[in-house]
Design a protein around this ligand. Structure first.
Ligand SMILES: [Zn+2]
Length: 207
């Protein structure tokens, strides 16, 4: 069960999740970081192979990068809510339809972390847009994408399988878009299982 933001906020000291400076009670980020994030431009395009469209809310730098780090390493659910809010407010409305499918974490990473950032963002977004949440993908093996050389990451795409019934219209959700190899592997598996429309939204994108 997800911890309600109001409960979580009471347990976390009022420090900005991005820069660590003090901020208003109940706020996830300080005014300065909030302004910086608000000024970040979304990126969109045809995106990685196999996807109809992809959209990211910001470049993976500055406050956006700091928030992804806070979500991954400090497991702050309030950050997942802030990220879902930003996607909800800024993504083109026609993109935010279909069943929400989180991009699966590599099993080893997920086990070690006990927390799934993409899954948390996907759940928070599903609540906001009142869409069904369908975690119908799993990932076999595969090491960390981050830290590997780009050529290496592209050369060894992650192995993705579907589980259970796959929706015809899919909105893939992930925290960061890096090479697109993972999204392409997800799209391949989904199309093989009958998906017709596959779009993706991510909070940030590395260029
Ligand atoms: Zn801050």
């Amino acid at each position: 069960m997800r911890i309600l933001p109001t409960v979580a906020a009471g347990l976390i000291p009022p420090l900005c999740a991005a820069c660590g400076r003090s901020c208003r009670p109940q706020a996830v980020v300080c005014t300065r970081c909030g302004r910086r994030l608000a000024s970040a431009e979304p990126l969109s395009g045809s995106g990685p192979q196999g996807l109809d469209r992809v959209w990211s809310s910001a470049l993976h730098e500055g406050v956006a990068r700091d928030l992804v780090t806070a979500l991954k390493l400090r497991r702050l659910l309030t950050v997942a809510d802030l990220i879902a809010d930003r996607i909800h407010w800024l993504a083109p409305a026609d993109l935010l339809s279909g069943a929400i499918v989180p991009v699966p974490a590599a099993p080893l990473r997920a086990r070690r972390r006990g927390f799934d950032p993409a899954g948390e963002i996907a759940a928070a977004l599903a609540e906001r847009i009142d869409a069904p949440l369908r975690p119908c993908l799993s990932r076999r093996g595969g090491g960390r994408q981050v830290g590997k050389r780009r050529a290496q990451r592209i050369g060894h795409p992650p192995q993705i399988q579907t589980k259970g019934e796959v929706p015809r219209s899919v909105l893939l959700v992930d925290d960061v878009l890096t090479t697109g190899a993972t999204l392409s592997a997800c799209a391949r598996a989904l199309r093989g299982a009958g998906a017709r429309r596959i779009v993706a939204v991510t909070f940030s994108r590395r260029l």
